[in-house]
Design a protein around this ligand. Structure first.
Ligand SMILES: Cc1cc2nc3c(=O)[nH]c(=O)nc-3n(C[C@H](O)[C@H](O)[C@H](O)COP(=O)(O)OP(=O)(O)OC[C@H]3O[C@@H](n4cnc5c(N)ncnc54)[C@H](O)[C@@H]3O)c2cc1C
Length: 496
C-alpha cells in the first residue's frame, strides 16, 4: 500500500500535485479551505457573465508546451477549451505619452523582426537581446521538463536585475521600456526581478500564449474529476489550522471544523507565511521562522470587472497594455492616488462559442498592498464606508482612463464590479494579496524561494513560492514535488 498523501490547498499547485500522485497510484486527499476549489483558477459570475479571478493568459498550453504535456499526461487535455492569441498580435501596448500603439506578434522570429523594424538602428542589439533571453530560459532545465534537472542555475546574468539585463543589450530608452512590457507578469520590480524569471515569462508569452474559451475553472474541474476517477478525494471547506508532529514527522492535520486527518505524508501548497501559522514549532527554527515571517511579498492588484452591453464592444483576442508613459513599466510597487493608475492591462475574457462582441472586460492595475493597508484589519463583507468610497473613486479613475483611450467606452458599460488587494488577500488567503507570492529578489535570490523538502521528512512544499508562479510555472513545480514524494527522480518527467 502506497503512503496516503494529504495536500494542503486545492489551488493550481495542490490539484496538479494530487492528480500526478494519484496517477502513480498514491491515495491522495486535497484539503481546501474555500467552498470552491481551484485557487487562482476560480471563476465567478456577475449579471450572468463569467469572470476569472486569477487566470487570464496562460503560457505553455500550445502544442509541445510544458503545460500541454503535463495535461496530456494526466489525460485532461481534450477536456480543456482554449485558443491561442492571434499570431499577428499576441499583445498590444499603447502609450499616452506619444499616442503610439504597438501590436506585438507571436513567435520568436516575428517578435524580433517587429522590434527591428520599429528600431532599425538597434537591429543587431535586438537580435543579441532575444538570443540571450532565450538562451537564459534554456538554462532552466526543469522549465523544459528535461530529465536530470530540478534545480535552477545559470551564467553570470542569471540573477542579474532584469532592468540591467535589458540595458546591457539595447541603448534606446523607449525600446528598453517596451521590451519590458511583460514585466508585470513576471512580478517585475526594477532592481529586484532576476533576469532568468523575466526570461522564462518572456519565453512563455513570446512563444505563444493561450486563453481559455469559457471560465478558467474548467481546468480545476478537469483536475478534480481526474483525481476522483483515480480514487483520490478533494474536500472543500477544509481549512487546515494546525499540524501535529512527533520527532520531526508530521502525524496529522487538523481543520477549523475540528476534523483530524492522520497522515503518512503532507504536501503544502499554500503561501509559506500561511504555513507558519499552522506549522508545528519543530518545523522551523526561531531564526527561520522570523526570516520567513518578514520576507517581502510581490505586489498585488486592483481589478475591475465590467459587464458590457450586448453588441457594443468587440471581442479582443489579446491583452492590451495601456501606459501613461514609457518609463512606468517597472513601477508597480509604489502608489500615489493623485497619479494612479499609470499603467494597466485590459482584456475581454473569451466565451465558449465566442462571437464578434464581448460581454465582459477585465482590467488589472498592478498595485502594492499598501494602497489599502489602512483597512487591513477588516474582512470580506465587513469593510467600512470610507473603504467603499475609496473603491468607488479608484474604479472611476480606471473607467476614466479607458474612456480616454477608447472614447465612448462608458456607453458600453452595463455594470461594474471590483476587487482590491484586500479582496485578493481574503479570497485566496494570500498574505498582502500578493499575486505571485514572495518577492523574487536578484540581490538575495534564495530568499524568494523555498526548497521542496523541509525539515520534516514527510512534509513537502509546492505552489508558486517554489520555483515559478503562474498557470505553467506551478504545474511544473508540481511535477518536481510529486517526484520528491515518490522519492524517484525523473519518474514522471520521463513519461511526459
Ligand atoms: C488577480 C490575479 C491575476 C492573475 N493572472 C494570472 C494570469 O493571467 N496568468 C497566470 O499564469 N497567472 C496569473 N496569476 C497568478 C496565479 O493565479 C498564481 O501563480 C497561482 O494561482 C498560484 O497557484 P498556487 O497553487 O501556488 O496558489 P493558489 O492557486 O492561490 O492556491 C492556494 C490554495 O490554498 C488554499 N488555502 C490557503 N490556505 C489554506 C489552508 N490553511 N487550508 C486549506 N487550504 C488553504 C486557498 O484557498 C487556495 O485555493 C494571477 C493572480 C492573481 C491574484
Amino acid at each position: 500500500m502506497k503512503k496516503h498523501v494529504h495536500i494542503i490547498g486545492g489551488g493550481i499547485g495542490g490539484l496538479f500535485t494530487a492528480a500526478l500522485l494519484a496517477k502513480e497510484d498514491y491515495p491522495v486527499t486535497v484539503l481546501e479551505r474555500s467552498a470552491h476549489v481551484g485557487g487562482g483558477l476560480q471563476s465567478f459570475t456577475r449579471n450572468g457573465v463569467a469572470f476569472d479571478a486569477g487566470m487570464h493568459v496562460v503560457g505553455g498550453l500550445q502544442p509541445g508546451g510544458s503545460l500541454n504535456r503535463i495535461c496530456r499526461h494526466l489525460g485532461i487535455l481534450d477536456q480543456l477549451h482554449y485558443r491561442l492569441v492571434d499570431d499577428d498580435c499576441g499583445d498590444e501596448v499603447f502609450c499616452f505619452e506619444d499616442g503610439k500603439t504597438y501590436r506585438i506578434p507571436q513567435g520568436r522570429a516575428a517578435f524580433t523582426a517587429y522590434f527591428q523594424e520599429n528600431f532599425p538602428e538597434e537591429r543587431e542589439n535586438i537580435q543579441r537581446y532575444v538570443d540571450h533571453l532565450f538562451a537564459l530560459a534554456d538554462q532552466v532545465d526543469f522549465f523544459f521538463l528535461r530529465p536530470g534537472s530540478g534545480t535552477t542555475s545559470g551564467d553570470e546574468t542569471f540573477y542579474q536585475p532584469s532592468v540591467q539585463f535589458i540595458a546591457d543589450h539595447v541603448q534606446n530608452p523607449k525600446l528598453r521600456h517596451l521590451l519590458a512590457y511583460l514585466s508585470p507578469l513576471a512580478g517585475g520590480e526594477a532592481g529586484y526581478t532576476p533576469a532568468y524569471i523575466f526570461a522564462l515569462i518572456n519565453y512563455l508569452y513570446i512563444s505563444g500564449h493561450s486563453r481559455f474559451e469559457g471560465p478558467a475553472e474548467q481546468l480545476a474541474e478537469a483536475l478534480v474529476a481526474k483525481i476522483q476517477e483515480l480514487g483520490g478525494e478533494v474536500l472543500p471547506c477544509a481549512e487546515v489550522t494546525s499540524m501535529q508532529m512527533t520527532n520531526g514527522w508530521v502525524q496529522s492535520l487538523t481543520t477549523s471544523d475540528g476534523r483530524t486527518f492522520a497522515t503518512d505524508c503532507v504536501v503544502s501548497s499554500i503561501h509559506p507565511q500561511s504555513l507558519l501559522n499552522i506549522a508545528d514549532n519543530q518545523l522551523f527554527t526561531k531564526a527561520a521562522r522570523n526570516r520567513l515571517a518578514s520576507a517581502p511579498n510581490n505586489y498585488s492588484a486592483y481589478c475591475v470587472y465590467v459587464v458590457l452591453k450586448e453588441g457594443t464592444f468587440p471581442y479582443l483576442n489579446h491583452p492590451c497594455y495601456c501606459w501613461d508613459s514609457y518609463d512606468k513599466v517597472w513601477q508597480f510597487g509604489k502608489y500615489k492616488e493623485e497619479n494612479w493608475p499609470q499603467n494597466l492591462v485590459y482584456f475581454t475574457p473569451c466565451e465558449r462559442n465566442q462571437g464578434t462582441y464581448a460581454r465582459a472586460l477585465q482590467v488589472i492595475v498592478f498595485s502594492p498592498f499598501s494602497m489599502c493597508e489602512r483597512w487591513a484589519y477588516t474582512t470580506l463583507g465587513n469593510r467600512s464606508e470610507d473603504y467603499e468610497a475609496w473603491k468607488k473613486r479608484h474604479t472611476e479613475l480606471i473607467i476614466n482612463k479607458l474612456e480616454k483611450k477608447m472614447p465612448g467606452f462608458r456607453d458600453c458599460v452595463e455594470a461594474i464590479y471590483e476587487a482590491t488587494p484586500l479582496t485578493i488577500r481574503d479570497y485566496f488567503n494570500e498574505p498582502e494579496g500578493a499575486l505571485y507570492g514572495l518577492l523574487k529578489d536578484s540581490r538575495n535570490p534564495f530568499a524568494g524561494y523555498l526548497p521542496i523538502r523541509t525539515k520534516a521528512e514527510n512534509l513537502f512544499l509546492t505552489g508558486q513560492n517554489v520555483y515559478l508562479h503562474g498557470c505553467c510555472g506551478v504545474p511544473l513545480t508540481a511535477v518536481m514535488t510529486a517526484e520528491a514524494v515518490i522519492g524517484e527522480k525523473d519518474v514522471i518527467v520521463r513519461r511526459l
